[in-house]
Design a protein around this ligand. Structure first.
Ligand SMILES: Nc1ncnc2c1ncn2[C@@H]1O[C@H](COP(=O)(O)OP(=O)(O)OP(=O)(O)O)[C@@H](O)[C@H]1O
Length: 701
């Protein structure tokens, strides 16, 4: 029996004796095994035992490593959500971390001890702890961290709680516990690369192993020394250091949009708040609670004692804030200082203003307190009815002029030659020609400015005196004139706004796909729009173009999305609007623009008009084949009349009359109302007047 049982017992005995001291076999079995089997299998067994022992060791080691790895992963995930104090325990100094990293291969794979010594910095390839600079610099890369975003969003429902709970958080705790530090440099770089090529510069892997306080102190010294007025002089987006002012920053109000971009507004706000508090600045935090809230806040905020209002959001949030600021009374508008922390999708304005999309960088600049006022464009939407009234006024002027000239013989006696007569007639026509929008827009604008700053929409009484009908009566302008819309960044008419409108209809496709699809669709469609575009250049000369256009882009900054150099000459404080008009509608030509827009050479194409203007207006006409035919016929007739005038000294007033009447009647009936895109928002419509209000909003630079 014992012989029969031996093999199984023997196996057990071998394995137990070589691998474990915990399992104790019965003495009899053990003895029996050795006695009967040792002689037979001693050699083989010893080899097997050794082999088996090695295998087991390897297995255990592997298992242990696997466990260790999985624990590391768990630990890192846990640390994302751990409170600062908890996660701090797991974080070692860089030196210790390095030491532990070296030890790892030789350390017995006992799970618990290994895990305790695994430095969390192993997750980051640099092996060093990210510091405050990195945390803030990499702020934008938080976008990719959905877990954390979600966690924070859940916690972000109340503004007051955010404000109070974070006030007392010490810097070291917060920085070691913020998820941003766990973002690997690769991740953060790629994220920023996606944002813009310039943005990528702001991400550098910091191998510096100085302590927190050392790093912070040196940061402080550097930025205070670096940023002086000279930096504004050399800033590519400022033409002169006009009205540069350094302010002392002791109180900051942060307005953050929790919904902008990939909902990272709150996270960035927390980072910025900590940074300011470390620098001894008092911080008050207000979240936006609904669409349009940033405008209300910036219009009504009591800025007494507030040095800088720091906006955390995308272009939409800044647009709202600018509209609020512009509607303040002039004195408090002048005292309002705005800073923008990028938390949106595009952030092209912040990139241009600050040079990079780094949270730390913008925070530094806020603390430094250097400010410059920037231009803001004012868009006045002019209703069709208003233009009709204006046209009537012009008709009246024309009739008066006609009466005045009735007794004058403009033929040979007054004018030296018939050719001169023709030339004069054209000049006279240009003077009398109903530049309705420009004229109307400036009337409205003057009325705004002369009354209560520029914070009020015109009322019927503002318009009454100017709106005279042909019969000389007062024309009661209606009260429906919308408030002006202020634009800090860009405006699109034509193709640009149509892409947005089409993309809106394709929401089911998802954000990225629908914009590309809409752009391709509109590019292929390449619609031509007959429009009258008038502009006044820097010297005050007014030019009117009547042609078919495909699109108009207005830019206050040089750049646009994805590193495009849309308006190469644009400056933020030159008082001029950069107006880009594209006349061709052909798909190839439009694609050609896209290939050249990255270095700004698209402005040299012969179907692109690039002007720097003080104001301009756009009046598109309805697509009406019959009307176009009539207009062409009329133009031919006018041309022929001018020719006839040259040849037969025809009274130029006749020509003038024909031209004016044609234009006036066309204006009244055919003006088209198309939606335009202001700062990325589909708001406002044609016809409109846009004028630059120089140096209107003071920003941190
Ligand atoms: N609490 C809120 N709930 C819903 N919407 C909000 C809230 N606060 C602000 N908004 C709206 O969110 C919109 C988007 O914000 P924002 O423009 O800052 O981000 P974005 O569109 O992602 O960025 P970008 O404009 O740079 O592409 C704004 O139009 C704003 O009115």
């Amino acid at each position: 029996m014992s012989e029969v049982e031996a093999p199984s017992t023997e196996t057990t005995s071998v394995s137990t004796s070589t691998t474990s001291t915990t399992s104790t076999p019965s003495p009899s079995t053990s003895r029996f095994s050795f006695k009967n089997i040792f002689s037979k299998h001693s050699k083989k067994d010893s080899g097997d035992t050794h082999q088996s022992s090695t295998n087991l060791k390897e297995k255990e080691s592997k298992e242990s490593k696997r466990k260790s790895k999985s624990y590391k992963r768990t630990q890192s995930l846990e640390n994302f959500s751990k409170s600062p104090s908890t996660s701090e325990n797991n974080i070692q100094s860089p030196d210790n971390a390095a030491a532990n990293t070296q030890q790892t291969p030789t350390t017995p794979p006992t799970t618990t001890t290994t895990i305790d010594t695994v430095p969390i910095t192993m997750i980051a390839p640099t092996g060093s702890l990210p510091n405050m600079s990195e945390v803030l610099s990499n702020g934008i890369s938080l976008e990719g961290n959905d877990n954390n975003n979600n966690n924070n969003n859940e916690a972000s429902s109340s503004s007051s709680s955010i404000s109070s709970s974070n006030t007392s958080t010490p810097l070291t705790e917060s920085t070691t516990s913020t998820p941003s530090e766990l973002v690997t440099p690769q991740n953060s770089t790629s994220s920023l690369m996606k944002q813009s090529p310039q943005g990528a510069d702001s991400v550098t892997t910091n191998n510096n192993r100085r302590s927190w306080s050392e790093q912070l102190d040196s940061d402080k010294e550097n930025f205070v020394n670096d940023l002086n007025e000279q930096s504004v002089l050399s800033h590519p987006s400022f033409c002169e250091p006009s009205r540069v002012k350094r302010i002392k920053v002791a109180n900051v109000t942060i307005i953050f949009n929790p919904m902008s971009g990939s909902k990272i507004g709150e996270k960035i706000m927390v980072e910025a708040k900590k940074y300011f508090e470390v620098h001894g600045i008092k911080v008050h935090v207000i979240p936006t609670e609904y669409k349009g809230h940033a405008e209300v806040l910036c219009r009504t905020l009591d800025i007494e004692g507030i040095d800088v209002v720091c906006l955390v959001g995308g272009d939409g949030t800044i647009h709202e804030a600018v509209n609020g600021i512009m509607k303040r009374d002039p004195e408090s508008r002048e005292r309002f200082v705005m800073a923008c922390l990028p938390a949106g999708t595009g952030n092209s304005f912040v990139l241009e203003l600050q040079g990079k999309l780094s949270i730390k960088h913008v925070c530094e600049r806020v603390v430094n307190g250097l400010t410059v006022p920037i231009d803001i464009a004012k868009v006045t939407i002019v209703g069709k009815s208003k233009i009709s009234a204006e046209c009537s006024r012009r008709k009246l002027e024309y009739n008066t002029l006609k009466k005045k000239f009735a007794h004058v013989n403009l033929d040979a006696s007054t004018l030296s030659s018939s050719q001169e007569a023709g030339r004069r007639s054209i000049q006279a026509y240009r003077q009398i020609r109903p530049d309705a929008l420009m004229e109307y827009g400036s009337t409205l604008s003057n009325q705004f400015n002369s009354s209560n700053g520029i914070d009020r929409a015109p009322s019927s009484s503002d318009l009454g005196t100017d709106s005279i009908t042909e019969g000389g009566e007062q024309n009661n302008a209606d009260d429906s004139t919308p408030e002006p819309i202020y634009c800090f960044n860009s405006l699109h008419w034509g193709l640009g706004s149509k892409v947005n409108i089409t993309a809106e209809k394709m929401r089911w496709m998802g954000k990225a796909v629908r914009y590309t699809t809409a752009a391709l669709l509109e590019l292929c469609r390449g619609e031509r729009i007959l429009a009258r575009i008038e502009y006044e250049d820097a010297n005050g000369e007014v030019t009117a173009l009547e042609d078919e256009f495909c699109l108009a882009i207005v830019n206050n900054i040089q750049g646009a999305a994805k590193g495009m150099k849309m308006a190469p000459k644009a400056k933020l404080n030159d008082g001029l609007i950069d107006l880009i008009l594209v006349k061709s509608h052909k798909t190839f030509d439009l694609m050609n623009i896209f290939t050249k827009v990255y270095d700004g050479t698209h402005t040299e194409l012969d179907y692109v008009i690039y002007k720097q203007v003080k104001r301009f207006s756009i009046t598109p006409f309805k697509k009406d084949k019959e009307r176009k035919k009539r207009l062409r016929k009329e133009k031919k007739r006018i041309k022929a009349a001018i020719k006839a005038g040259r040849e037969h000294s025809k009274n130029p007033l006749e020509i003038l009359k024909t031209e004016c009447n044609t234009i006036l009647s066309e204006l009244e009936d055919q003006i088209d109302e198309e939606i335009i895109d202001i700062d990325g928002e589909l708001k406002g419509q044609t016809p409109f007047v846009c004028e630059m209000i120089p140096r209107s909003v003071r920003v941190v630079v």
